[in-house]
Design a protein around this ligand. Structure first.
Ligand code: AVJ
Length: 290
């Protein structure tokens, strides 16, 4: 969804009244030891003057504090994504928003084995961030292995992870069968890519999007179902499909909080905090790796 470029922000305004200013000035100046509250330096012009002070050679405070912060705060961010274009787009906006942050992007399948580079600054704690409930795309054993991997990489640190929760089957069904059929298009896009990149001839209108919640397995299953008997060519190879035969393209597991805590525990991760929305649709969880 497109966002308005210009956001309006509401100010909660408790700026001291002129009367208060007068009272404090008069009170301070009528004391036997005269004083004025230093907070009143900072009107608009005063604040700009202070900014200039901060830039002075002699005024070591600000730059020294910033240096300490830069030395001690997030040493670096290592985004990992399978899509190089998407990855580099987000890196660009991140480096603009956080010029001091060292960003070390990795284009990889995050289930594969690859080395995580170390930022230039010393790292005291590694925290992984795995949003989107993408953990739900793994079957139980691979999920456990993946979490174990993270636990190993983030020992002494933790994992912030998005986990989708069990809920009304109809709500789940609609989330993967949207009325605009974007999900169907997303699903079929896999065939578009295969056609484009692997010289294949999938007929897109001959494969139907089929997604449903499987309560016994606690997962959404997404399929592309052949709408006729057909033969598809991928390069030199021919693959035949029967009418109604499906290609399983994705699983998306849903959890109760207890089930996820249990899965995490099998990987040596402990749930420290859980945040959810009012309807308990989704959770964000912080796990530590001891
Ligand atoms: C981002 C992988 C978690 O499984 O819900 C969205 C992908 N598939 N609609 C999910 C997806 C269909 C999504 N993940």
């Amino acid at each position: 969804m497109l966002q308005d470029r210009k956001r309006s922000v509401l100010l909660y305004d408790f700026e001291p009244e002129r009367d208060t200013f007068r009272e404090e000035v008069l009170q301070g100046l009528q004391d036997s030891r005269k004083e004025l509250p230093s907070k009143y330096f900072y009107d608009d012009v005063g604040s700009q003057l202070f900014e200039q002070i901060c830039a002075l050679d002699e005024y070591y405070l600000t730059r020294t504090e910033l240096r300490i912060m830069q030395e001690q705060s997030p040493a670096g961010y290592v985004p990992i994504d399978i899509s190089k274009e998407q990855l580099m787009r987000s890196v660009t906006s991140l480096t603009i928003a956080y010029p001091a942050l060292e960003v070390l992007p990795i284009c990889a399948d995050y289930t594969s084995d690859f080395a995580i580079p170390s930022p230039t600054k010393p790292v005291s704690r590694r925290v992984a961030y795995f949003p989107g409930s993408t953990i739900g795309n793994f079957d139980r054993e691979p999920a456990k292995r993946f979490l174990q991997q993270i636990a190993k990489v983030c020992k002494g640190g933790g994992l912030l992870i998005g986990v989708d929760l069990k809920k009304d089957f109809n709500v789940l069904h609609r989330a993967y069968n949207d009325s605009q059929e974007v999900t169907a298009q997303f699903n079929r896009h896999l065939l578009v890519r295969i056609n484009q990149e692997l010289d294949a001839d999938f007929q897109l209108d001959q494969f139907g999007h089929y997604a449903f919640y499987n309560p016994g397995q606690s997962r959404i299953e997404m399929h592309l179902v052949s709408l006729k008997n057909q033969v598809v060519r991928i390069g030199e190879v021919e693959i035949s499909f029967k009418l109604g035969e499906s290609i399983w393209t994705e699983s998306s597991y849903k959890f109760t909080l207890e089930e996820f805590a249990q899965l995490a525990a099998t990987a040596g991760l402990r749930v420290e905090r859980v945040w959810t929305d009012a309807q308990q649709l989704f959770s964000v969880q912080y796990l530590t790796a001891s």
